[in-house]
Every structure is written in structure tokens, then in C-alpha cells.
Design a protein around this ligand. Structure first.
Ligand code: GDP
Length: 279
């Protein structure tokens, strides 16, 4: 199995992001807490140089808490502001607002020295597909927000969401493409659903996930599906199919369906909190 991304598809997204980045002060970079490094695109460093950066470990509810904290430390040591979030639940958004201010401290200070007071910080959210950009924007903006509409001097059609008197957020996120040379990383991105399943072999992918879980989270599969332990991925998949009554043509085990169930259970956290990368 070979994981790749379509560069052609991303040319337009990249161009749009280059345009939008000119308008902002702060990049809010969403990464997946389960794969914090693999779900980043290092090109953002070049695209967003001279901009403040806040890294959010999104979907932190799906990753191990202890490792989330280790990752936060990791990014802080690299000099980034970093916070863990659960955009779906929407908790902790006040902390995010504070983190936005904190990440822009230098800019605000520079403004102040130049006599520019109360110019709001402008921010935009970026991240790879499915990392939770839209969910995060909705959660942060909430119901109370007011769209500021088009402004003179701003590219036509751009909408800014006013979060408070100090911060405005571009309502469309920047889409980064997954970028990896290492196929192991590609595999992890496929596990979390950042590479479209249509181009993947779900059965093969799920046997890879089984291999990972057996190694790093022993017992999880056995307990979840009430199956015997097996080191063999396909055998394990067949057991899941049996346990979940996935059959085709009367009695044949439907391992493809079992694979879809397994991937879905993993992605939605039903196998528990699982981190795919460790700092
Ligand atoms: P986008 O492609 O980056 O805009 O991603 P979406 O906002 O569409 O989110 C992709 C999926 O992840 C959706 O099913 C969301 O409900 C889910 N999601 C987003 N944030 C979180 C989170 O913090 N925790 C969990 N468990 N799911 C999330």
C-alpha cells in the first residue's frame, strides 16, 4: 500500500493561503493530538514566517492525556505557544482566547510602541484535511460572534469573525496538505482518516492498525470485540467479523465490513484514547 496526496489538488489551496497569510498576524495551526508531528505540514514554517504561531493539539480527547501533556511541552520547548483542545466539545475556548493574546504579545507590544492602539489581532486557522478546522472555528466563534463583513482594503468576499474587541478570525481555514516521506507517517494519517478511504485498501489498512494496537495497546482489541488474541492481522480481522456478525453470501465472513467497523471505532475513540506518536 502506498500513501500519497494529490499535489495538483493543493496548488489552488496553497495559492489562496499565500494570499490570506498576508492579511493576518497569527497562524493558528491545528494538529491532530494522536499524530502531532505527522499531521503537520512543515511548509507552513516557510509560508508563515514572520507570523506569530499558536499550535493547537486538537482531538485531544482521542489521545492519551499523559502524551498530550508531553507534546505540549515538546512544542513549547521549540518556542511555540501550544494548547490542547477538544473542538467537538468546545470546552476551554476561553483559554484559547487567552492563548491567542499571549501568542501575539510581541505584535501588540510593537503596535503599542508605534502608537497603534487597539488594532485587533487577525488570525487564521490552518491544518490538514479532517483535523477539525471547521469544528474549531465554529466552536471558538460560537453563537455570540458577529461577522464583520467585507472591509475596504481586504480582498473581496473575505469574512472576518470578530471574537472580541482584540481578535478577528478569518472565517475560512487554510488547507494544508499532508506531507511525508515516511510511509509509516502516511499510514498513521490514513488511520486517523486524513487520507481519503476511497483510495485506500481498508482491509490492509486495518490489519496495519491491528499490528500497531497489538504492539502498543495490548488487550484493547480482545476486550472491545470479545475475541482471542492473534498476532496475524487477517486472522484478527476475521475474528472481529465473526464477533460482529459481519457475513456475506450467507456464511462468508465479511472482513471488509469488519475493517470499516474497526477503523470507525478507532477514529471515534471507541477503542479508548490512543496516541500514534510519542515525543
Ligand atoms: P476540517 O476538514 O479540518 O474542517 O475538519 P472538520 O471540522 O470537518 O472535522 C472533521 C471531523 O473531526 C468531524 O467529524 C468532527 O466532528 C471531528 N472533530 C473535530 N474536532 C474534534 C475534537 O476535538 N474531538 C473529536 N473527538 N472529534 C473532533
Amino acid at each position: 500500500m502506498h500513501f500519497q496526496w494529490y499535489p495538483g489538488h493543493m496548488t489552488k489551496a496553497r495559492r489562496m493561503m499565500q494570499e490570506n497569510i498576508k492579511l493576518i498576524d497569527l497562524i493558528i495551526e491545528l494538529v491532530d493530538a494522536r499524530v502531532p508531528l505527522g499531521s503537520r505540514n512543515p511548509d507552513i514554517d516557510e509560508l508563515g514566517k514572520n507570523k506569530a504561531r499558536l499550535i493547537l493539539l486538537n482531538k485531544s480527547d482521542l489521545a492519551e492525556e499523559r502524551l498530550n501533556d508531553e507534546w505540549i511541552e515538546y512544542f513549547k520547548e521549540k518556542g511555540y505557544s501550544a494548547v490542547k483542545v477538544n473542538s467537538k466539545k468546545g470546552g476551554g475556548m476561553n483559554q484559547i482566547r487567552a492563548a491567542i493574546q499571549e501568542a501575539c504579545k510581541e505584535k501588540t507590544e510593537r503596535d503599542r510602541k508605534r502608537g497603534i492602539l487597539n488594532r485587533p489581532v487577525r488570525a487564521m486557522v490552518v491544518g490538514i484535511p479532517n483535523v477539525g478546522k471547521s469544528t474549531f472555528i465554529n466552536s471558538l466563534a460560537g453563537k455570540a460572534c458577529t461577522k464583520t463583513g467585507n472591509k475596504p482594503g481586504v480582498t473581496k468576499g473575505k469574512q472576518w469573525i470578530r471574537l472580541n474587541k482584540n481578535v478577528e478570525l478569518l472565517d475560512t481555514p487554510g488547507i494544508l496538505w499532508p506531507k511525508f516521506e515516511d510511509q509509516e507517517v502516511g499510514k498513521k494519517l490514513a488511520f486517523i482518516g486524513s487520507i481519503k478511504d476511497e483510495i485506500l485498501q481498508t482491509e490492509e489498512l486495518s490489519t496495519e492498525l491491528i499490528k500497531f494496537l497489538n504492539a502498543k495497546y495490548p488487550g484493547v482489541l480482545e476486550e472491545k470485540y470479545s475475541i482471542e488474541h492473534s498476532e496475524d492481522g487477517y486472522e484478527c480481522l476475521a475474528s472481529i467479523a465473526k464477533s460482529r456478525h459481519c457475513v456475506v453470501r450467507g456464511s462468508e465472513l465479511d472482513t471488509e465490513k469488519a475493517a470499516a467497523i474497526l477503523l470507525d471505532d478507532f477514529r471515534s475513540g471507541k477503542l479508548g484514547r490512543i496516541s500514534l506518536e510519542r515525543p
